[in-house]
Write a protein that binds this ligand. Structure first.
Ligand SMILES: [Zn+2]
Length: 288
């Protein structure tokens, strides 16, 4: 997996790639993500890039360093981890790490210290000392769930990269796009021909974040349409009024149910093509 596969084709990926390609990755890098697996995978990839022996694009995934890094057995990649059932990495582990920092790397151009576990404030204070005057050929790659758990002094000595879904596009833009597609789907549902529905659902492509937002909107529209059917408030939005006037109550309830099931499937990491086909078929059925 490349960095792009791990964190997505976004600004953070471009920044990190530019730094690694130009051999300017800072000596201390912090990756923040609520997704622990994603953060760990990114840390692993950056460690591999750091030890790769290629003169060209790194990681080359071909050299012995890359292969060892991939298997987790590279002698210059050290993992600083929680020991003895403690809650966090303590000052003892960090002091041990610092002592080994001054010993030259075995085979790679740099020694890499990977820290994926939480650190106590005391441990971070100890880490700070080495971040202030790092030995040559040493790199620290740290991941955290939230940078608020890190001391400000440590953050100020490191390059922080926040992995977020919305770094691909601003959330406003994506909300707008979601609303547009949701409206199109809502307008397509009452139509007698299948094509508009297939086309509008097809616009979700493989974008699961977008799909989640679209289904949220659709669920909201269907609920409002159902409310309109009972209360006759005279709703103005055409796409909601359209649903209210052309679908029976039973069909609207079914639309809410199908949409909720689609959201659940999304959260279970389903195949997007299958989901789109399934959703259209369910809607077709619910109209009868
Ligand atoms: Zn390599």
């Amino acid at each position: 997996m490349s960095l792009k596969d791990i964190i997505g084709d976004n600004e953070v990926c471009r920044q990190l790639t530019a730094l690694t390609d130009s051999r300017r990755l800072p000596h201390a890098v912090i990756i923040e993500s609520r997704d622990r697996n994603k953060a760990k995978a990114a840390v692993k990839e950056l460690a591999k890039i750091s030890v790769c022996g290629s003169e060209g694009i790194r990681p080359c995934n071909m050299c012995s360093s890359c292969k060892k890094a991939e298997k987790g057995i590279h002698p210059d990649i050290y993992r600083v981890e929680i020991t003895d059932k403690k809650q966090a990495v303590g000052v003892g582990e960090i002091r041990e790490m610092i002592a080994s920092c001054y010993i030259k790397p075995n085979e790679a151009p740099v020694k890499v210290y990977v820290i994926n576990d939480k650190m106590t404030a005391e441990a971070q204070n100890a880490l700070l000392k080495i971040l202030e005057e790092p030995p040559r050929n040493v790199r620290f790659i740290i991941s955290c769930e939230s940078s608020t758990a890190m001391l400000k002094t440590v953050l100020s000595r490191s390059a922080l990269f926040k992995l977020r879904e919305d770094t691909q596009r601003t959330s406003d833009e994506s909300d707008e796009k979601a609303e547009e597609i949701a409206r199109e789907i809502a307008e397509a549902i009452p139509k007698n021909t299948e094509m508009p529905l297939l086309v509008s659902v097809g616009k979700l492509g493989k974008d699961k974040v977008l799909a989640q937002k679209v289904f949220e909107k659709l669920s909201e529209y269907a609920s409002l349409a159902l409310e309109e059917k009972f209360l006759h408030k005279g709703i103005r939005q055409n796409h909601i009024a359209g649903l209210a006037h052309s679908l029976r109550k039973k069909s609207l309830v079914s639309l809410i149910d199908v949409t909720a099931r689609a959201q659940k499937m999304l959260s279970q990491n389903c195949n997007m093509n299958l989901l789109a086909t399934w959703y259209c078929a369910q809607i077709r059925q619910s109209r009868h």
